[in-house]
Design a protein around this ligand. Structure first.
Ligand SMILES: NC(=O)c1ccc[n+]([C@@H]2O[C@H](COP(=O)([O-])OP(=O)(O)OC[C@H]3O[C@@H](n4cnc5c(N)ncnc54)[C@H](OP(=O)(O)O)[C@@H]3O)[C@@H](O)[C@H]2O)c1
Length: 380
């Protein structure tokens, strides 16, 4: 793992959207990332070899397909206690049955997976999930926020909570879940929140005054990339507010460009045409490697600690080849401040009182607040 220094100075631009030139540049970076990802990841084994993990507990959101399924299966097969946090519990139960039958044949450790219902598009579902989980008072070693939507070719839709669906599923739902599960992550410390992000955050724009994209032109690309950029900003903020003594780190990972069902809303003909790109895209199992690495490898803790000790106000961000990198996103946010982002979150989600009572969160200093705006100033 080679920690990489921040590669760009921050640009806090008072703008209403990302400029087309910057957008084009970001797009080229995403395309290059896709074309080069297999070459860059050639040092990785086919699977991240996990030891037996009988005392490891993790929650994986969106574990019924794609990358999440592979991550949950790897953990389950290593004997970890895995909670499949899914919107369709019967699909989750079928998977556990299959894994158990397979494990019975191969003779690996007992499968200790279970299903809990979680629909991120409903904040009530997130709260119910967290309440039920926290009632068990178990330690949690990794929360893997993997579920995601990219509703291409679909008109803009809003949740019953009033949020644009990409914003809610990819960012807000997971943000609330992370906050509500801090007590059990504290019990499991050292522990991690792993946010499955995307290189497409580079195309994103976050306007705290227009999180739902109603004042500017909507597109699914803008909504998806904006939600991933918002997740990055939130992750940084959370990482700064959790004291190092808590032993909880917030990690971001780009799993690569992957052949999954994420393009399910595209017309069938385009989905078929997309298969041509299989030669450059990862399989879900290949993509799971960087996520598992972020959830388990000691180097990730060490890197997070090193960043904290340098006073660097970022969440560790790992690319699809499991190398550390600083997200290249310029912060295209008008008058970004910790207070505004956090104020917005607390307003929209309601104050996570239970978390404050546990005393897990601490206020960030003014210096850290300024540094949040100046992402890119850390030399590693
Ligand atoms: N594929 C890529 O190229 C790529 C690239 C960069 C980042 N990512 C990120 O990787 C993550 C996994 O995506 P994937 O490619 O594996 O896609 P996927 O196969 O479509 O899996 C997405 C998972 O999210 C679940 N999900 C969707 N909406 C949900 C909701 N409201 N509540 C709970 N779960 C919900 C889905 O549940 P169902 O099974 O019930 O549909 C599914 O299990 C996402 O965060 C995505 O943004 C993917």
């Amino acid at each position: 793992m080679a920690p990489v220094a921040a590669s760009e100075g921050a640009a806090v631009v008072a703008a209403t959207d990302i400029s087309w030139l910057l957008w084009l540049w970001a797009l080229l970076l995403v395309v290059w990332d896709t074309l080069s990802q297999k070459g860059k990841a050639r040092h990785l084994p086919k699977r991240i070899p996990l030891p037996q993990l009988p005392r490891f507990t993790c929650i994986v959101t969106g574990a019924t397909s794609g990358i999440g399924l592979e991550v949950a299966r790897e953990f389950a097969q290593s004997g970890a206690h895995v909670i499949l946090a899914v919107r369709n519990p019967s699909n989750g139960k079928k998977l556990i049955q299959q894994w158990t039958e397979a494990q019975d044949k191969t003779g690996g450790p007992e499968i200790k997976a279970e299903v809990m219902e979680l629909d991120l598009v409903k904040l009530t579902s997130v709260r119910t999930f967290a309440k039920d989980w926290e009632a068990r008072k178990l330690p949690l070693h990794a929360l893997i926020n993997n579920a995601g939507v990219f509703a291409m070719n679909v008109k803009q839709t809003f949740s019953e909570d009033g949020f644009e669906q990409h914003l809610q599923v990819n960012h807000l739902g997971h943000a609330l879940l992370s906050l509500l599960l801090l007590p059990s992550l504290l019990r499991g410390g050292p522990s991690r929140i792993v946010n499955v992000n995307s290189a497409m955050h580079q195309l994103g724009f976050v306007d705290p005054e227009d999180m739902n994209i109603t004042k500017r032109k909507y597109s699914s690309v803008a909504a998806y990339s904006g939600s991933k950029l918002a997740q990055q900003l939130f992750s940084r903020m959370l990482q700064m507010r959790i004291p190092k003594e808590a032993g909880i780190d917030v990690i971001l990972v780009h799993p690569g460009e992957v052949m999954t069902a994420v393009t399910r809303t595209l017309p069938k003909i385009i989905q078929e045409a997309e298969k041509i790109s299989a030669c450059v895209r990862f399989t879900p199992a290949q993509a799971a490697r960087s996520v598992i690495f972020c959830a388990t490898d000691k180097q990730v803790f060490a890197y997070a600690r090193a960043l904290r000790e340098m006073g660097c106000p970022v969440s560790p961000y790992f690319s699809s080849n499991s190398n550390a990198a600083i997200a290249k996103s310029r912060i295209r946010i008008e008058a970004l401040s910790k207070r505004r982002m956090e104020g917005g979150l607390v307003q929209t989600l309601g104050s996570p009182v239970e978390v404050e009572e546990e005393g897990v969160l601490v206020p960030v200093s003014d210096t850290a607040q300024v540094m949040l705006v100046e992402v890119g100033t850390c030399e590693g």
